[in-house]
Design a protein. Structure first.
Length: 637
C-alpha cells in the first residue's frame, strides 16, 4: 500500500457524515461501492450493459469479487468513508443477491422512466434489456452521484474517495504529483467514462490537508530521486486473496495472514496436514504471485532415498575434477545471489519434506539460516557449472524463502523438536464449510492466472523480511510480555520452555501480523489472534510424548488457551495454571470441563469461544488422542 496510514485516516475522517451509522449512510455506501464494482466489470468485459439473468452467474460472481476488493471488508462493520456497511454475512453472495441493489434502487427499472421522486438519486438501472435482466448506468448517474456526498465534511470528496479506492493498489509508475498519480490509478481501475468523470471532479476540487506530513509521507513511498521505491508490504495479503479467485483457489483470511506474517518473521516455514489439504497449492500460489517469473521459484519433491545434502546443494563431479553437479535448489540459490535479483524474492518449496529424515539432508541449510555462515561445497581447485566458476562456499541470500510441506501419515518421518523450533508450523485442516463450498462448484486450480500479479510487493517483502529491527508495537508490548512469560513459566514446569530464538521470532511475527492487518495505531483488537498464532505455530509443535509426560502440561495449556485472565478465589491466573498442571481436579481444571463451559457460549463450536481458539482446539485434539492412545505428537493430533 503506497497511501500512508495518516493520509488514509485523514480522508476517512473528511468523508464521514455527521451520523455515520444512519440507514442513509449505509445505503449510500453499499450502493456506491456496487456502482464502482459494476463499472470495473464493464471495463473487463468492454461493455456498457451487463447481462445478469439467472444464467449469467459468472457476471454476478465477478461483481462480488470487485465489490469485496473495493470495500476491503474486515472484522469491523464500519467503513469510515461514507457510513456503515454490513459485512457480517460470511460470503459475498449473501451481501449481493439476485436483487443486488439496495432498497432505494429497486424501483429504478425501465418502466418508470428516468425520474423517481420517491427514491433518492438512483445511479444504476435494472431491467433495461428486452427478454433478459440486465443492468447499466442510470442516464443521470453523474448528477445523482454528487448527491451521495451531501452532508460530508470534505470539500474534495472525489479526491478522498479516489485515495480510498487505491489504498491497497501497488503503484509501479507514479506520476510527478500525487494528484496525477491518483488519476492514473483510477484510469487503470475503471472505464474511461468513469475515470474521466473522476478526473474532472478532482481538477475542480481543492486538495488540502491540515497535516502536510500525510501528503509528504505518501510521496516518500512513491518516488525518491526519481526512482520508484517499494518499502511496504501493507495490503499484500488482501491483494493476494483477491487474486486467488481467478486461480480457482480459496484460503481463509486467517491462513493467508498467518502464512505471510510467518514468512516475513522467519524465512523458513513448514506447512503441515493431510495430503490434498492445500499446503503445496498455497506455497505455489504465493510464490508465483509475488515473483515475476518461474526463474524465481522451484518446487522440489523430496525423495525417500535422500540421505545427504547432495540433493539440495549438489556435489563435486567424481569423474571430472573441474565440474560440479548442480541441483534445482542450488540453481535457485545462485539465481537469487545474482546482482540483478537481490531485491526479488525467491522461493524454494520442498514438497513432502518428511518422506526422508530432514536432519540428514537439510542440516546444512538449517544451520546457515540460523548462523548466517556459508555452506562448504567443495575443496581443491575451482569447479564450474555450465562453464561458470562456482564459489567454494554457498551463502544463503536474504531474498530466499524456504517453504516445506509435511504430510501426516504412516509412510513419513516426524520432525525432531530442533527442526520445528527453527520454523513456524501452520497446520492445514479441511473444514466442512470449505468442502461444501468446493463441492458446489468444483474447479481445477489455474495457477498461471497468478503469475506476477503481486510482483510489485516483491522488493518490499524482501526488505521487510531482512530488517532485523522489527519489534512488537508499543501498544501491545505489555500484553505480549505478560503472555510470553505466562507460557514460558507454564512450559518450564514441564521442561518444555522456549529460548531466545523463539522469543525473538514471536516478536517479529506479532509485528508483521499487525502491519499486514492494517490495524489502527494503538488498537489491540488484533493481539489475541496474533498471540493465538504464536502459541499454535511456535509452542505446540514441539510437544510429543506419553501421557505421563504430557497430561499435566496439556491441562495447563488448555486452561491458558481457553480461559480469560481473571483472578478467582484470591488466586492469580498464574497460580490457577499451576494448579491445573497437576492434572488432579478434573471438575475444576480438566480440559473436558473447560470444553463444556465454553460450549455454553458457543454450542456449535466451543473452541471458537476460547481466548485462543486455534491453540485451544489443537490442545483439545492432542489431549483426546493422548487419552485414547497414551501417546501424542503435534503432527498426528
Amino acid at each position: 500500500m503506497y497511501v500512508s496510514g495518516k493520509l488514509l485516516n485523514a480522508s476517512f475522517n473528511l468523508l464521514k457524515e455527521e451520523v455515520p451509522h444512519s440507514k442513509t449512510g449505509m445505503e449510500r455506501t453499499t450502493t456506491l461501492f456496487r456502482f464502482l464494482a459494476f463499472d470495473m466489470l464493464c471495463k473487463e468485459l468492454n461493455r456498457e450493459e451487463i447481462d445478469f439473468s439467472p444464467g449469467s452467474a459468472d457476471n454476478r460472481k465477478k461483481l462480488i469479487e470487485y465489490y469485496d476488493y473495493i470495500a476491503k471488508l474486515s472484522d469491523s462493520t464500519e467503513v469510515c468513508n461514507l457510513g456503515e456497511i454490513n459485512d457480517r454475512a460470511r460470503h459475498g453472495t449473501a451481501r449481493i443477491g439476485n436483487d443486488f441493489l439496495t432498497a432505494q434502487l429497486k424501483q429504478a427499472n425501465s418502466t418508470k422512466g428516468d425520474d423517481y421522486p420517491s427514491r433518492p438519486a438512483p445511479i444504476l438501472r435494472i431491467g433495461v434489456g428486452t427478454g433478459h435482466w440486465s443492468i447499466k448506468k442510470h442516464t443521470k448517474w453523474k448528477i445523482n452521484l454528487d448527491k451521495f456526498f451531501e452532508g460530508r465534511k470534505s470539500v474534495s470528496p472525489f479526491t478522498h474517495l479516489a485515495i480510498f479506492l487505491i489504498k491497497s493498489n501497488p503503484i509501479l509508475t507514479p506520476s510527478s504529483t500525487f494528484v496525477e498519480t491518483l488519476k492514473k490509478e483510477l484510469n487503470s481501475l475503471f472505464t474511461s467514462e468513469l475515470s474521466s468523470f473522476f478526473t474532472e471532479k478532482i481538477d475542480h476540487e481543492s486538495f488540502e490537508f491540515d497535516d502536510s506530513a500525510c501528503y509528504e509521507e505518501t510521496l516518500s513511498k512513491l518516488v525518491v530521486d526519481g526512482q520508484v521505491v517499494n518499502k511496504t508490504v501493507n495490503g499484500c495479503g488482501e491483494k493476494f486473496k483477491f487474486d486467488l479467485n481467478a486461480a480457482n483457489l480459496s484460503f481463509s483470511s486467517s491462513v493467508i495472514h498467518r502464512t505471510l506474517s510467518s514468512l516475513l518473521s522467519k524465512r523458513f516455514l513448514v506447512l503441515s496436514g493431510l495430503a490434498g489439504s492445500g499446503k503445496t497449492k498455497i506455497a505455489q500460489a504465493f510464490s508465483r504471485w509475488i515473483t515475476p517469473n518461474q526463474d524465481h521459484y522451484a518446487l522440489v519433491p523430496v525423495g525417500a532415498d535422500w540421505t545427504g545434502n547432495e540433493n539440495i546443494i549438489g556435489y563435486p563431479n567424481g569423474l571430472d575434477s573441474e565440474t560440479y553437479v548442480t541441483k534445482p535448489a542450488l540453481e535457485l540459490v545462485r539465481h537469487a545471489l545474482e546482482r540483478d535479483y537481490l531485491t526479488v524474492p525467491h522461493f524454494l518449496i520442498l514438497d513432502e519434506m518428511n518422506l526422508s529424515h530432514v536432519e540428514r539432508y537439510f542440516a546444512d541449510i538449517l544451520s546457515a539460516i540460523e548462523s548466517g555462515e556459508e555452506i562448504p561445497l567443495y575443496e581443491g581447485g575451482v569447479r564450474k557449472i555450465a562453464g561458470v566458476d562456482l564459489d567454494r562456499k554457498l551463502r544463503l541470500p536474504e531474498n530466499l524463502f524456504i517453504i516445506g510441506t509435511v504430510n501426516v501419515d504412516e509412510t513419513t518421518y516426524m520432525f525432531s523438536p530442533k527442526v520445528l523450533d527453527r520454523a513456524n508450523v501452520i497446520e492445514f485442516r479441511l473444514e466442512p464449510d470449505g468442502l461444501q463450498s468446493f463441492l458446489s462448484s468444483p474447479k481445477a486450480p489455474r495457477l498461471e492466472e497468478l503469475d506476477g500479479k503481486g510482483a510489485a510487493f516483491g522488493s518490499g517483502f524482501v526488505e521487510a523480511a531482512a530488517d532485523k529491527g522489527r519489534e512488537v508495537p508499543a501498544a501491545a508490548k505489555e500484553s505480549y510480555e505478560r503472555e510470553m512469560l505466562l507460557f514460558f513459566n507454564l512450559l518450564r514446569e514441564h521442561n518444555a520452555e522456549f529460548g531466545y530464538r523463539t522469543s525473538y521470532e514471536a516478536a517479529r511475527f506479532i509485528h508483521f501480523y499487525n502491519q499486514l492487518g492494517g490495524y489502527p495505531e494503538g488498537s489491540l483488537d488484533w493481539f489475541d489472534s496474533a498471540m493465538d498464532a504464536v502459541v499454535v505455530q511456535k509452542f505446540l509443535p514441539k510437544l510429543h510424548g506419553s501421557r505421563s509426560k504430557l497430561e499435566g502440561l496439556l491441562w495447563a495449556l488448555a486452561w491458558a488457551c481457553g480461559a480469560e485472565r481473571i483472578d478467582r478465589n484470591g488466586k492469580s491466573f498464574a497460580a490457577q495454571i499451576n494448579e491445573a498442571s497437576q492434572a488432579q481436579d478434573d471438575a475444576l481444571y480438566g480440559p473436558e470441563t473447560l470444553w463444556e463451559t465454553l460450549a455454553k457460549s458457543n454450542p456449535d463450536d466451543p473452541a471458537a469461544a476460547a481466548r485462543y481458539p486455534l491453540s485451544f482446539d489443537k490442545v483439545m485434539r492432542m489431549w483426546r488422542k493422548l487419552v485414547r492412545d497414551q501417546f501424542v505428537t503435534f503432527a498426528e493430533a
